[in-house]
Design a binder for this molecule. Structure first.
Ligand SMILES: Cc1ncc(COP(=O)(O)O)c(C=O)c1O
Ligand SMILES: [Zn+2]
Length: 421
């Protein structure tokens, strides 16, 4: 394993990985830890071209940049290496010369969160943890439940009772112990931390566990590798100009930033892409902090159709604001209607079916274009973070109703004539 130390994102204190399990002891739950690798050592034996030769089409192709001791603990469920589509139709419609969609809804439980769960379950096995628990708005829990099931580790998930049915069904079918909390995601988060301490369960909570961002960073490692022309024997990978990411707790954008930072430190990409954080208007704590020029995030009362990013107090907010500022990107907010429109456009333009939070980044791109925040000749990647089947009622809101007809040809004629090509 190439991890050198864990470093507090607030005070910079460095800890040997076996000394601290979750957060900086000096800062409590806000002192989230960055995982720092021995980049010089990695560069002595590995190159991007060498890594690209891997036949492991999962997050584990990036083994040398992941924080796990032994391959024996890798959970069986195949996660990562999701498609990066060249979105030609939508690109043309938006008059963009190079638009790409990273479809992370195609992970085994249907969201980008599988990346984090895969790494955390491996770490839990390494630490010989008997039970893993997590608070989740739905997807992180489903990812944990599925990955833990594949590795035969018991999981406990705390989710808000209003989570979409499909996500609750996922938790249950994988056999997790599901505790629906009569409260918000924020309430579930706090309760799960107390329970984890009380019962000794290993916590997968977003950001609080330093390895969630490490799993999520594989999305940006993949983006840069997939954008690289495979015909060349590249000494570096290709970073896009800009990446759009939906932000709730802020751990996905932090992970994506971390992956890019690792590559940049290694000299494997030439420039850091600008990160564009997109939040729902009704849950915009990171946007507010970024706009106010601070990285101290003030909680809001969260309301949005995008349940996965309906977060009042982003647990990884400080690093999420810094990721955008560090790369000279921007934060944007979008309305629920803009998200529903984005769901339709992704599905009809490119055949990519996203849940509301999964379409939020694309809604942000449309908004950024209307505000002239993006150059038309830039290479742009939009991360689609969750699958549309996760929230069927939101999809029906976006799509409208089907025609109900009598079973005869006249009815078909009446219904379709003049209205279809
Ligand atoms: C589909 C989807 N998109 C975006 C996010 C936002 O990620 P984060 O909370 O790390 O900012 C989540 C988090 O649950 C999610 O499930
Ligand atoms: Zn600290």
């Amino acid at each position: 394993m190439n991890v050198s130390y864990l470093k507090c994102s607030l005070c910079g204190t460095e800890y040997p990985p076996d000394q601290v399990r979750y957060v900086c002891p000096k800062h409590g739950n806000t002192g989230l830890l960055d995982v720092v690798y021995d980049y010089e050592k990695i560069n002595t034996y590995l190159s991007p071209a060498e890594m690209s030769k891997s036949h492991d089409f999962s997050i584990w192709r990036y083994w040398d940049l992941l924080p796990i001791e032994n391959r024996a603990t890798i959970p069986p469920l195949r996660t990562g290496w999701t498609p990066l589509y060249n979105a030609k139709h939508l690109g043309e419609k938006l008059r963009l010369s190079s638009l790409w969609l990273k479809d992370d809804g195609l992970n085994p439980t249907g969201s980008l969160k599988d990346r984090a769960s895969s790494v955390v379950v491996a770490k839990a096995k390494e630490l010989k943890a008997e039970v893993i628990c997590a608070a989740s708005s739905g997807n992180a829990g489903a990812a944990l439940a599925g990955t833990a099931a594949s590795a035969h580790v018991p999981a406990v998930v705390f989710a808000p009772y209003k989570a979409p049915q499909a996500k609750i069904a996922q938790l249950l079918i994988y056999g997790a112990r599901v505790l629906l909390v009569k409260g918000t995601y924020d309430d579930a988060f706090d309760l799960s931390l107390v329970a984890s301490k009380e019962f000794g369960w290993y916590s997968r909570n977003t950001g609080y566990n330093p390895y969630t961002a490490e799993g999520k960073k594989t999305a940006s490692l993949e983006i840069c590798e997939q954008l690289t022309d495979s015909q060349t024997t590249a000494s570096s990978w290709s970073a896009p100009d800009r990446i759009f990411v939906a932000v709730g707790d802020g751990n996905i954008i932090t992970g994506i930033w971390k992956g890019l930072r690792d590559l940049h430190t290694l000299g494997w990409i030439e420039q850091m892409p600008k990160l564009m954080g997109v939040q729902a208007e009704g849950a915009a704590a990171c946007y507010n902090a970024w706009k106010a020029g601070t990285d101290v995030v003030t909680p809001v009362d969260a309301h949005t159709i995008s349940d996965s990013i309906s977060v009042g107090l982003p647990r990884d907010g400080t690093r999420a604001v810094r990721a955008v500022r560090d790369t000279e990107g921007a934060y944007l907010t979008v309305s629920d209607d803009e998200v529903l429109a984005a769901m339709r456009e992704l599905a009809r333009g490119e055949g990519v079916f996203a849940e509301p939070a999964g379409a939020t980044a694309f809604a942000g791109l449309s908004k950024a274009l209307s505000g002239n925040l993006v150059g038309r000749d830039e290479q742009i990647v939009v991360v689609v973070t969750g699958n549309g089947l996760k929230d069927v009622s939101a999809a029906m809101k976006a799509a409208g109703n089907a025609s109900l007809i009598e079973p005869n040809l006249d009815a078909v004629r009446r219904e379709t004539s003049g209205r279809m090509p």
